[in-house]
Design a binder for this molecule. Sequence first.
Ligand code: EPS
Length: 397
Amino acid sequence: MPPLDYQTAGESHGPALITTITGLPAGLGLDTDLINTELSRRQGGYGRGGRMKIETDAMEFLCGVRRGKTTGAPLVFSIKNKDSRLDDLERTPPVYRPRPGHADLSGSIKWLTTDCRETLERASARETASRVGAGAIARCLLKHFGVETFGFTRQILDARTDIIVREENWRVVKDLRDASDTYCPDEQITERQREIIRQAKIDKDTVGGKVETHVFGLPPGIGSSMDWTTKLDARIAYAVMGIQAFKAVEMGMGVGVASKHGSEVHDPIYFDSSKMNDPCLGFTRPTNNAGGTEGGMSDGMPIVVTGTMKPIATLLQGMPSVDLNTKEANRSQYERSDVCALSAAGVVMEHAVAFEVARCFCDKFAGDSMIEVESNWMGYLKLARSLPLEPPEQTIA
Ligand code: EPS
């Protein structure tokens, strides 16, 4: 069984997005309701552009699935693009005045062309539909083991909710989030966020902000401190920085640790035998400043990730730029876009994080079938709860 991994392919205006996932154990039930709900949540949110009114994203399995369950073979799914017109010269004219902040300029130089479309079709955030699909399949696996993910919008410009999300309240917070079209679990802040987006649209401008993902139910020891490429927090950071327009990723207290002493930052360790069956295996922590990882491994507390997205690079007013054919100054070109796609970015980050958690989970509990993964998972929990495994050394009085 290869390690769990995925690849995406497909242009924004090509016929479809194609995603290949390798390393899924056989016998995993795929919850198509969950998958398609998340795909349509990615399409939603206040401030999205015209494209989302055209598309109805839905996953079609091409291989690796039989009667709703994985077979252990590579799984390939497609998401159709209704707005498919890549070779239509009139409907997809060249873009030659690069947008500052987009991939246009660097990509055109890299691929030695003055048509930025060669780059932007793949750089487009349309590709994130693939990542939500892959992450939703990863969530099906995690849910089987009681591991749940939850994402929401924390802040747009200066409209920020201070809501505290915990294992005990996240389902209630989720209902609040689902009632908000900025995906922010706070009615008043949602209204301010809508106002900010409305004003940005009038000003022909764009806005970004912060989104958060929480993962509940992971026991300590997922990821590894033995090698930097298998650290859970490093994998998460890599995946989040790979999302279009993300400029920063933080775990737990994040950059806040810079202005605090060690005694204020590190989460004290206690033991409570009544919590042996909880994900923490009895090792309780009154705070979670670490954001659920220590030494690149889960520590039994919820994983907390914050991602920062810059404002979208396509501005209706344009920005100072250069015509790549004449090298003369001109405003950047406008392509249909969103005023704010932060709500969607929160869905994308939740699923990008879910996939990385599932990747490290499958590294630890590797098996060809779900039955084998389950047996490895139960065996590990049993051993971890029985620590110390050897009789303690006798101390001589
Ligand atoms: C997106 C699809 C794109 C954009 C947006 C997100 O479709 P189109 O270019 O046809 O309008 O709406 O992409 C960007 C913000 C970007 O910079 O490329 C999607 O499916 O989410």
